[in-house]
Design a protein around this ligand. Structure first.
Ligand code: NAI
Ligand code: MG
Length: 498
């Protein structure tokens, strides 16, 4: 683009390291693309390896220094102050996040409002990491203490950057860890805005650092860094496998929240109107860019045609358009590579013999043609072996799979390497229990979908992850347990005396 228009873009030139705004040492400035227009909307800094080194050193010094001496109730107070600043910033944050990743401003506003509660929840946990006293006999006093794991590297995806960041930094700061946050290269800006609020809330320098950067350089260097104790990552299963190899040399700790291919099961005895509301919402919300959404819709054969028809009709009532307009239902894909991935899977669906019932194209209207918009898409006649049923697409593509009876529904639901979320619809309470108890997923929703709260543990079975975020145990992944045994007598016999 011409120089004069580049000069007019908002410029984010600095990384946030050790409580200061600094230029990248070995990184670069890039144009961050607005996926609704396909054009740059901001200049953003990408840090390199030397920047990660600086940030890790600052986080380590803060961990060994002032932060360690700050008690839990003061960490809670800092987090609450931050939550208030965050709450006041929601209107701007929603717009910035939308410019970077294309999801609706309206949806971001709702998510950010919930994130305030999330931060309050983490604050409430900050002084409750209690140990236990272990009864043995009166010659010893044995007890456990819960201590922060150290410097945490938070690697953030582009599909819900502020939410993923919230779950990681809220828990890690409450636990007493320090952090280096690496946002995705596609969505570097919102974490820098968070750093501004963290600074204003009064966290000591070095406790929280932000280095946007590319995965293969800044991200990999963070994972390999010997002074980083733990990585908390949300993103693709493939990248998590890389990380395990990269972190092997210093036995890094990991929490992973990874891909999904969630089954959304509709039995014939369900309240079909509500089931269809949930199934269509979860197929297309966030333009399909969430690991939790129900991308495989399993429908009992006796109502299959009815559900297919309902999806066809509903697809035509989805208003795809600019994410800044609150009356729109769906924005663009977050970046060009994701658009291409989705379009290629639509081709795979056709090649593999599925029936394209609705959508299937990039949107070419003059207003939207330069952005990464794709129609809400429905495939019928899908079997679970097809590529559209096996792989995480991350686009607004629903695959409708027929089944006969509970056993087949469960077999299809579990026939996937993933196991993050699942939904099922039935009016039979016995069936709700029977089926949900056999589903291999970290979260099962019955007669609802996408119900997530700060208090509900979240994470995956199988290739969908390691560990859990949220819930009353949300700090666990950021704590080590130290067992201390103190003798009350101090007597220790000489083993070699006779
Ligand atoms: P990705 O997992 O490669 O990227 C996510 C984050 O990891 C980014 O911050 C990236 O810079 C970083 N990263 C990438 N390679 C790294 C490495 N070797 N070491 C350290 N950090 C690294 O995901 P990508 O390639 O952007 O998206 C591909 C697919 O992954 C999507 O189409 C979707 O299916 C899935 N995905 C799932 C997410 C989820 O919520 N579980 C989020 C993002 C992507
Ligand atoms: Mg990748």
């Amino acid at each position: 683009m011409p120089h004069e228009s580049r000069a007019a873009l908002p410029r984010y030139e600095h990384l946030y390291i050790n409580g200061e705004w600094v230029k990248p040492l070995d990184g670069e400035l890039i144009e961050s693309i607005d996926p609704a227009t396909g054009r740059p909307w901001a200049i953003a800094p990408m840090g390199g390896r030397a920047d990660i080194d600086r940030a890790v050193a600052a986080a380590r010094a803060a961990f060994n220094g002032p932060w360690r001496r700050i008690p839990g109730y003061e960490r809670a107070a800092l987090l609450r102050r931050f939550a208030d600043l965050f709450s006041a910033a929601i209107p701007e944050l929603a717009v910035i996040e939308s410019r970077d990743n294309g999801n609706l401003v309206r949806e971001h506003r709702a998510s950010l409002t919930a994130q305030v509660q999330w931060y309050q929840w983490f604050a409430s946990l900050a002084d409750k990491a209690q140990g236990t006293t272990i009864p043995i006999d009166d010659s010893v006093h044995a007890f456990t203490s819960r201590v922060p794991v150290g410097v945490v590297g938070a690697v953030i995806p582009w599909n819900a950057p502020l939410l993923a960041t919230c779950l990681k930094i809220g828990a890690a700061l409450a636990a007493g860890c320090t952090l280096v946050v690496k946002p995705a290269e596609q969505t570097p800006v919102s974490a820098l805005e968070l750093a501004r609020l963290i600074h204003e809330a009064g966290f000591p320098p070095g406790v929280f650092n932000v280095v946007p950067g590319f995965g293969g350089t800044a991200g990999a260097h963070l994972v390999m860094h010997p002074d980083v104790s733990k990585i908390s990552f949300t993103g693709s299963t493939q990248t998590a496998k890389h990380m395990v190899r990269d972190g092997a040399d210093n036995l890094k700790r990991f929490t992973f929240e990874l891909g999904g291919k969630a089954p959304h099961i509709i039995f014939a005895d369900a309240d079909l109107d509500n089931a269809i509301n949930a199934a269509t919402a979860s197929a297309w919300r966030l333009t399909g860019q969430s690991c939790a959404l129900g991308s495989r819709v399993l429908v009992e054969r006796t109502v299959y045609e009815r559900v297919v028809e309902a999806f066809r009709t509903r697809a035509h009532s989805v208003r795809v358009g600019l994410p800044s307009i609150d009356s729109n239902h769906m924005g663009p894909q977050a970046h060009e590579a994701q658009l291409k991935k989705t379009l290629s899977y639509i081709d795979f669906g056709k090649e593999d013999g599925a029936e394209l019932v609705a959508g299937g194209h990039r949107i070419a209207t003059p207003e939207l043609a330069s952005g990464y918009f794709v129609e809400p898409t429905v495939f019928a006649g899908v079997n679970n072996g097809m590529r559209i049923a096996r792989d995480e697409i991350f686009g607004p593509v629903a695959s409708l799979i027929p089944f006969d009876g509970e056993d087949e529904a469960i077999a299809i639901a579990n026939d996937t390497p993933y196991g993050l979320t699942a939904g099922l619809w039935t009016r039979d309470v016995g069936r709700a229990h029977r089926v949900s108890s056999r589903i291999e997923a970290g979260m099962v929703w019955v007669n609802t979908y996408s119900f997530l709260r700060w208090s509900t543990p979240y994470g995956g079975f199988k290739s969908s992850g390691w560990g859990r975020e949220n819930g009353i145990d949300a700090l666990d992944p950021y704590l080590e347990t130290r067992t201390t045994v103190i003798s009350t007598t101090g007597q220790f016999p000489d083993l070699y005396a006779s």
